[in-house]
Design a protein around this ligand. Structure first.
Ligand SMILES: Cc1ncc(C[n+]2csc(CCOP(=O)(O)OP(=O)(O)O)c2C)c(N)n1
Ligand SMILES: [Mg+2]
Length: 203
């Protein structure tokens, strides 16, 4: 989600499992694109838990020398699950902390015959990326990030996409030329909205 929100890589340079966000999709998808477009540099960006769903594909990278660079955004949690448990389940964290049993990804890559590195400091980020891109062949960068950073917007259980949390405030709504009122909950809406952000009803 962070990659989708913050990377400015332009059209036809983005492959994603989309809204359903299937864990483990990134590495094999990146391998397919790299084989199809050998002149391009493909970078797989994956969560730590998601990466572990298909880490056996490091062997395929090694066997075929596929030049995919992988960056693991490693918060040592199933972060989205942690965020749900924090926000909607009174911080009852169940089976979402991945610290115990988390492999050392640099050593894991090395075990498969692939170059790896760990990034611990933000100030080393650019250098670590430059080193990764300069390396000939597959490379795995294990980027340790803030462990409890939340990702927004998000949709609460039982709510619709029109009710997502964490969107920027529409402070100028009051001044919008045309206002309409939701027939279901009465909330005030700008007429360009197609769904009520309060209750999700189609306007
Ligand atoms: C195959 C699969 N199983 C379960 C889920 C539900 N799910 C969504 S995010 C998530 C945790 C992801 O953790 P991680 O890859 O470490 O990413 P983070 O949220 O920490 O950035 C889970 C279990 C899913 N999307 N795909
Ligand atoms: Mg994680």
């Amino acid at each position: 989600m962070w990659a989708a929100q913050f990377l400015k890589n332009g059209p036809r340079h983005w492959v994603t499992s989309g809204g359903l966000g299937t864990m483990g999709y990134g590495l094999p998808a990146a391998m397919g694109v790299q084989v199809a477009l050998p002149a391009q540099q493909v970078i797989c960006i994956s969560g730590d838990a998601s990466f572990q769903m298909n880490l056996q594909e490091l062997a395929t990278l090694a066997q075929y020398g596929i030049n995919v660079k992988t960056v693991i955004i490693n918060n040592f949690w199933q972060g989205m699950v942690r965020q749900w448990q924090q926000a909607f389940f009174e911080e009852r964290y169940s089976n979402s902390n991945m610290e115990a049993g988390m492999p050392d990804f640099e050593k894991l890559a090395s075990a498969f015959g692939i170059k790896g590195a760990i990034l611990r400091e933000r100030s080393h980020l650019e250098g670590a990326i430059a080193q990764m891109l300069a390396w000939e062949g597959p490379y795995l960068l294990d980027a340790h990030v803030t462990r409890d950073e939340n990702c927004y917007p998000m949709v609460a259980p039982g709510k619709s996409n029109a009710q997502m949390l964490g969107l920027p405030e529409h402070k100028k709504l009051e001044k919008a030329a045309e206002l309409i009122y939701c027939s279901s909950c009465g909330a005030k809406n700008a007429s360009m909205h197609r769904f009520c952000p309060e209750c999700g009803t189609k306007l």
